[in-house]
Design a protein around this ligand. Sequence first.
Ligand code: S3P
Length: 168
Amino acid sequence: MKIFLIGFMGAGKTTFGKRLAKKLDFPFFDLDHLIEDITGGSVADYFAKNGEAQFRDFEKEVLQKHDFPENFVLSTGGGAPCFHDNMEWMNKAGKTIYLQLSPKAIAGRLENAKEERPLIKGLKGDELVQFIEQRLAAREDFYKQAHFIVDGLSVNPDAVIELLTRQW
Ligand code: S3P
């Protein structure tokens, strides 16, 4: 089974993904880290050098062309489901899980983790909350196409495995 975790920056996709993968005994992958392994630099560097449009093309290529094993948990970057045909592609390839959080909760989580995220670098307080509200409103059309929507604050691996096994 191929499990794709989606949601806004700071939703906890990587932390939760590692826990879920461990419980399932599946390998865990992080799309941003795969991109960084391939390019040899950070996502922030890639944005700075090549711009967002080129990043989205590369992100799609790695998501859709990488040689993943049969079973895995993949944490995707917050924008990945919202560009190209990535959301549709993930929904066909496996099971998608949206980790949903309010803009305020996301802002709290991101307050100390902004530097490595080019889209929010330098935003503070209300500016950050407003940016998240606007982006999230636009992105939820995509995120809500997920097979499962779970509360990012209370999600736990057993509950998700239960959801997945019901229709395995
Ligand atoms: C992005 C989210 C980031 C990373 C890039 C762009 C976005 O991933 O892919 O900075 O557009 O929301 P995380 O969601 O893992 O922070």
